[in-house]
Design a protein around this ligand. Structure first.
Ligand SMILES: Nc1ncnc2c1ncn2[C@@H]1O[C@H](COP(=O)(O)OP(=O)(O)OP(=O)(O)O)[C@@H](O)[C@H]1O
Ligand SMILES: [Mg+2]
Length: 500
């Protein structure tokens, strides 16, 4: 009898346990129980907290933060956390999970439970951070291998995915008042983040830019050899960076070329708007906040310096280009300066080291026109081409932007498009071509006249030939010279370093 009762009781207990289990899992109450259990466990353990801030004390990006972010967003436990952001991935149908501020995610490593919290950036002066909670009892055993594990996994993810490029724009300092600004700069811990980023999706590539093939290939191989030259630069005691000057009339493709360079190198772009820089030290501060593998662009530098429409002085720009601060910043960087004309610019600014490569962007010639006709209209040859060539030979020219616009407007009829280009060349383009100087088309902006095509490829050498010679002797330069004088792109390479 007692035995029967015991068996019955056993059945009832098992049935109850099964029911409780079903109830817990069906309703999700199991998560609450787990949470309580963890809380009780925590009460009997001493934890240590480790913070990974986005920026270090000098407001430079903390690479570990990036890696932790990549690692955490790849964790499968993210799916089980209470609150997660869903965002579209690279492909339109991809949906990716990513941590929200104040959200916590758990990770298991070598039998230890580790908890990560995504710190709230509002509470921390705009600086984001991750906080790792680890039991003191586990710390000695697992912390080192765990951090190593994060490095490895993040590197793998980075290699796997093609880098999502970013365009960074400098924003005005929140305190317009300079004194206040200085105080802030000195209180570095509470530093302000001065760059805002947006995804960089500019479609421009070297293939879409109408430019002499020879020149294009030289720029490409220059950039490729730069990428491989880390040891070479270090052996010379030089910072691993390369500077380009893109100069030429408006609408000749300078900005598009910067975008093409970024896409070619897979580098982020930092676009410095000089009108939003408070002073020289503010410019340095911006430079400090840039990361490696990036292109730093200063557009229309000639206009800012001539008009003095920026609070940054010439010496501020010179220091920015090759100052000591560059060596403290991230490496593997390309600096690009664009100008309409370099005639009135202090030669000190253009000397090798500050500017390594000068590239001239001329108005359209017949060859460039044919490239544009091919890409905009899909036309390789046309009966009107001979007429177009004649007009170009007579000295008329327009910018690729102007010709491109006419072609886009008439893209349904190549003949009409080419005729409209001919008409525009005969009227607007008169006298703007080879060897002549004339006013810019349109009257926007203060730039009165621009250097025109027809100038030989050695403009850079004429001005600073002596310095270049010395410079070449020192570092064994290989001069990349444009052979065809008729196309006046001037590509004068300061150096083409070979990696040792
Ligand atoms: N060489 C070129 N090849 C193909 N497209 C070009 C070229 N130059 C200009 N374009 C087209 O013209 C437009 C304007 O070009 P972009 O902004 O690059 O000129 P820019 O030289 O930077 O002018 P600005 O000096 O006024 O800033 C772009 O849409 C670009 O596609
Ligand atoms: Mg531009």
């Amino acid at each position: 009898m007692v035995l029967r009762n015991l068996i019955l009781l056993g059945f009832v207990i098992v049935w109850l346990l099964v029911m409780i289990r079903v109830l817990l899992f069906k309703t999700g109450l199991i998560y609450i129980v787990k949470k309580w259990w963890r809380w009780i466990e925590d009460c009997f353990h001493v934890n240590q907290f480790l913070k990974v801030p986005e920026y270090n004390e000098s407001m430079q990006e903390n690479q570990l933060y990036k890696k932790v972010s990549l690692y955490l967003n790849s964790l499968s436990t993210l799916e089980d956390s209470d609150f997660t952001n869903l965002v579209t991935g690279k492909k339109p149908h991809d949906i990716v999970l990513c941590l929200d501020p104040n959200q916590t995610v758990e990770d298991n490593f070598l039998g230890a439970v580790l908890t990560w919290t995504n710190g709230d950036n509002v509470e921390q002066n705009g600086c984001r951070s991750f906080v790792l909670k680890v039991r003191k009892a586990d710390k000695r055993r697992i912390l080192k291998p765990y951090l190593q594990h994060i490095h490895t996994v993040a590197d793998e993810i980075e290699q796997r995915k093609q880098r999502d490029l970013k365009l960074y724009l400098n924003i005005k300092h929140p305190d317009e008042d300079e004194d206040l600004h200085h105080q802030h700069l000195h209180r570095r811990g509470a530093g302000h983040v001065r760059w805002r980023s947006v995804p960089f999706t500019h479609p421009s590539t070297f293939d879409t830019i109408a430019m002499e093939d020879d020149l294009k290939n030289k720029v490409k191989s220059d950039l490729e050899s730069f990428l491989k030259a880390k040891q070479y630069y270090h052996r010379l005691g030089r910072v691993w960076k390369r500077s380009f000057l893109l100069y030429g009339p408006s609408g000749t493709g300078k900005s598009s070329f910067v975008a093409a360079m970024a896409n070619f190198l897979s580098y982020d772009v930092y676009d410095i708007d000089l009108s939003k820089v408070l002073n020289d030290s503010d410019l340095n501060f911006l430079l400090l906040q840039t990361t490696s593998k990036s292109i730093i662009v200063m557009e229309d530098l000639d206009r800012f310096l001539i008009e003095k429409s920026t609070a940054v002085s010439l010496s501020g720009v010179l220091n920015f280009m090759d100052g000591i601060l560059n060596s403290c910043c991230a490496e593997e960087r390309v600096m690009v300066f664009t100008m309409n004309c370099k005639d009135h610019i202090d030669p000190a600014l253009l000397r090798p080291g500050r500017i390594d490569v000068h590239i001239h962007f001329p108005l359209c010639d017949f060859l460039a026109f044919k490239t544009l006709a091919n890409s905009y209209l899909g036309v390789k040859d046309h009966k009107l081409f001979s007429q177009v060539e004649e007009i170009f030979q007579s000295g008329s020219s327009l910018s690729p932007a102007e010709i491109g616009e006419l072609m886009i407007a008439n893209r349904n009829s190549p003949s009409r498009a080419i005729k409209s280009v001919i008409t525009a060349l005969q009227t607007d383009g008169d006298g703007r071509g080879v060897g002549k100087i004339g006013p810019r088309l349109g009257n926007s902006g203060p730039r009165k006249s621009v250097e025109e095509a027809g100038e030989t490829g050695g403009a850079f050498c004429n001005e600073t030939g002596h310095t270049v010679k010395e410079f070449r002797k020192l570092y064994g330069f290989l001069r990349l010279k444009t052979n065809k004088v008729s196309h006046s792109h001037s590509f004068d390479s300061g150096s083409t370093p070979k990696d040792g």
